[in-house]
Ligand binder design. Structure first.
Ligand SMILES: Cc1cc2nc3c(=O)[nH]c(=O)nc-3n(C[C@H](O)[C@H](O)[C@H](O)COP(=O)(O)OP(=O)(O)OC[C@H]3O[C@@H](n4cnc5c(N)ncnc54)[C@H](O)[C@@H]3O)c2cc1C
Length: 369
């Protein structure tokens, strides 16, 4: 079949590769001048540092098939994400662990001592937390919530944490030991030569044609047997029901000699600091050596019409506009909506790859191809 992909991010790259190997002919339209979507990495010409152009990306997964899949196209170097946080004039370790608690409360608790102490702090009257704030109060109590979560979350989402769903905080665990690994997953690593080369290798197949700097528009659907669309679902319909809310990010780039902050990611939790975090890219590749350094200071704000949509905004009370667009998308027979923009949900890279592999299997079964 003649199959089209709208977008050359990880979603469509995986789908394209799988279908190309089945013998289908694939044409990809990507409006940016590069593949890999928001995971795009680029080597800075002056410093030689591998820069995560659309924000820091760390690969982590428990999914063995997905881990084997990415390793097929790129060597992954061991990398453990250890995030630091500046708040109230001190630097702490995140996610909140025994070190964070002991430092914050000036204690020397053992794990067995810290648990009842935190339970005293926590608001256990909240039995079924609905909002981000309730979830945080239930887990860690007011002091830690206000020092680490409230200001950061307000800056990140532009919405009071009372109105954000509890599910957002589930990404940040609390640990009663000194483990400061940000993620729980079995596999964690960085592509030795960046995500973009990994995606280029996925797309390097005689049955795949990639058009860069080329927009896919809805009127092109008729030219193909099927389309996999990884653009914004509301954009596909010309925003005729209105625009879905997104957050966008502004990255202010700076360069310096040496080591600027001593770690890859430093969060700034207080509302009074206008940015959310600073990323120093060379620390994502500890196996490389660079004299110069490239940093991104990250600001979050509501996404305007000409901005890049980064995070879909979900509210506690739900959103009927999302449901309406998703119902329209589901009714399409020649178009499958995929990826973080097509399905309007935050997806880590491993979840994106899992969803892409499952989509191909379901589609191949349904079409008998
Ligand atoms: C700031 C940030 C940090 C993240 N950090 C991590 C992390 O540490 N670890 C992790 O696992 N995941 C992380 N993620 C998630 C990761 O970025 C996604 O899993 C991944 O980008 C999803 O890939 P995708 O192909 O669905 O979407 P995208 O990467 O958005 O790709 C979609 C592509 O389609 C193109 N496109 C859209 N519409 C059209 C059109 N009409 N015509 C032509 N082209 C079009 C776009 O230009 C884009 O290149 C992060 C996300 C963000 C926002």
């Amino acid at each position: 079949m003649n199959i089209c992909m709208a977008g050359a991010g990880i979603s469509c790259a995986v789908i394209a590769r799988e279908l190309a190997e089945q013998g289908h002919s694939i044409e990809i339209f990507e409006r940016r001048p590069h593949v890999a979507g928001n995971c795009h990495t680029e080597r800075d010409t002056d410093s030689g540092v591998m820069v995560h152009v659309y924000g820091p990306h760390i690969f982590h997964t428990d999914d063995e098939e997905v881990w084997a899949y990415v390793n097929r196209f790129m060597e992954f170097k061991p990398y453990v994400n250890r995030v630091k946080a500046t708040t109230r004039g001190q630097v702490f370790s995140l996610p909140i662990n025994l070190h964070t608690m002991n430092q914050f409360f000036s204690k020397t608790f053992s794990p067995a001592e810290a648990k009842p102490f935190i339970e005293q702090q926590a608001d256990l009257s909240i039995t079924d937390p609905q909002s981000f704030e309730e979830q945080a109060m239930r887990f860690v109590g007011r002091d830690l919530y206000e020092a680490f979560f409230r200001g950061y979350t307000l800056k990140q989402w532009g919405i009071d944490p009372k109105e954000l769903p509890a599910s957002i905080l589930k990404r940040l665990p609390v640990r009663f030991n000194y483990n400061d690994n940000y993620f729980f997953h079995k596999h964690q690593g960085m592509p030795a030569e960046g995500y973009t080369l990994m995606v280029e290798r996925m797309l390097d197949h005689p049955n795949i044609k990639v058009n860069l700097g080329a927009d896919f528009t809805r009127d092109m659907v008729e030219r193909y047997d099927h389309v996999f669309y990884s653009g914004p679902v509301d954009g596909f319909y010309g925003y005729n029901l209105g625009r879905l809310p997104y957050r966008t990010l502004d990255f202010v780039r700076s360069e310096a000699d040496g080591d600027v902050q001593g770690c890859a990611v430093m969060n700034y939790c207080e509302e009074s600091v206008p940015y959310t975090r600073i990323t120093e890219h060379k620390h994502f590749a500890p196996w490389e050596e660079h004299e110069r350094s490239v940093c991104y200071t990250e600001y979050s704000r509501a996404c305007g019409e000409d901005d890049i949509p980064y995070y879909p905004v979900h509210l506690v009370q739900g959103d009927t506009l999302v449901d309406q667009y998703q119902a329209k998308a589901k009714a399409e027979s020649k178009v499958t909506f995929v990826g973080r923009l097509g399905t309007y949900r935050y997806m880590d890279m491993d979840v994106t790859i899992r969803a892409a592999l499952d989509t191909v299997r379901a589609w191949s079964k349904a079409t008998g191809s």
